[in-house]
Design a binder for this molecule. Structure first.
Ligand code: ZN
Ligand code: ZN
Length: 367
């Protein structure tokens, strides 16, 4: 399944973009280790230098790391108390005298620890490494898009199954648990984030935590859900009606849907400006009188992390590019009453975009 060459290419591209003052990079975050090497583990150090590449881990992981990294880079085991010695030896062997670290994820204590352990190798505290890898991650390959699509299909199938099981009196917490169970049983490595199931008045909180609130007729229920397949995330939101809802609820729903469709049309039509996509959706919501009730950005990139570049918001200076996977998720939230959010994921192609979300976005009514 894993194309080893793509990881070799990524490591080469990282080395090619190192600034002059850096001989290499010490990659410590799980997502970037995984993105660059294809090996997904909660611990380990990926040392990428102009003179070679090595993955350093301890005895608990060395067997799995060696197998997973075969054909990409070698794996080396360190024993307790020997971390600095091993690292200095490896740097010396590869001719690395200075290393970038991920300043966005390394703590101050870790940076100090690395500085001591690697001495005389210099640890460079600049944002270069984060910037290089973030830019690389922006554009997804077909292989990556397929993983995201698979995660999305799995999520949609689970949601369709769970929607059929919802009855009056069932709690948000119970629905969220059933969904997670169904997704895991269907092959998800895990859920992509704490699933959001927000019914009735809780729907006005964009990131509500599932509670003991029990659904009743007239409620909107917002599902913001996703799963992880082969390390890649999916993200979708659907707001469904439980029983008969009010004319105002329908008006708000249709406003969000119109805004979402307009932003999607812009992107499918080749529009790549993140701020413009947000503005198109926001203008529709504002014109309908709900401008104050859409307090978050339009969307975000999705990949090895649930939220990654680019950011689709009115203050964004970024552009989307071919290969980006982005969400389009406008919402209207009426405090203490109800809320609506509709979220699709788009894969940007050469002159257009593919909607990776197949589930219909028209209002679904559960009786
Ligand atoms: Zn979402
Ligand atoms: Zn999202």
């Amino acid at each position: 399944m894993n194309n080893k060459q793509q990881y070799i290419d990524r490591l080469d591209r990282l080395v090619a973009q190192l600034p002059e003052n850096a001989d290499g990079a010490l990659v410590t975050s799980q997502v970037c280790r995984f993105y660059l090497s294809g090996y997904n583990a909660d611990t380990g150090y990926l040392l990428v230098t102009r003179g070679g590449c090595v993955f350093v881990t301890d005895a608990r992981y060395i067997e799995a790391a060696s197998a997973a990294l075969e054909g990409v880079c070698r794996a080396v085991c360190y024993t307790r108390g020997k971390f600095g010695e091993i690292m200095r030896g490896l740097c010396d062997g590869m001719g690395a005298k200075s290393l970038l670290i991920e300043t966005g994820s390394v703590t101050l204590a870790e940076a100090d620890r690395f500085a001591k352990a690697f001495e005389p190798v210099t640890i460079l505290r600049s944002s270069h490494l984060d910037d290089i890898v973030s830019a690389m991650r922006l554009s997804k390959t077909e292989f990556e898009a397929e993983q995201i699509r698979a995660a999305q299909r799995l999520t949609e199938r689970s949601l369709n199954r769970i929607l059929k099981m919802i009855k009056e009196g069932v709690s948000e917490r119970e629905i969220a648990l059933e969904l997670e169970f169904d997704m895991r049983r269907s092959g998800a490595e895990r859920v992509a984030f704490d699933l959001i199931v927000a019914a009735g008045p809780n729907g006005s909180m964009p990131h509500a935590v599932p509670s003991d609130y029990r659904v009743k007729p007239g409620d909107f229920i917002t599902f913001d859900i996703g799963s992880v397949v082969n390390g890649y995330h999916s993200d979708m939101t659907r707001t469904v009606a439980f029983g008969k809802v009010s004319d105002e609820q329908i008006k708000v729903y249709n406003t969000v849907l119109t805004a979402q469709k307009a932003a999607i049309d812009y992107i499918v039509g080749g529009g790549l400006n993140c701020a413009e996509a947000d503005r198109i959706a926001r203008d529709i919501i504002t014109d309908a009188g709900y401008g104050e009730c859409f307090g978050h950005g339009l969307g975000h990139g999705v990949g090895v992390e649930i939220h990654e570049a680019p950011t689709l918001s009115f203050i964004s200076k970024e552009n989307m590019c071919e290969g980006c996977v982005v969400t389009v998720e406008p919402g209207i939230y009426l405090e203490g009453r109800f809320g609506v959010r509709i979220e699709d994921m788009l894969y940007i192609t050469k002159d257009s975009a593919i909607d990776l979300t197949e589930m219909d976005s028209g209002l679904i009514v559960i009786d």
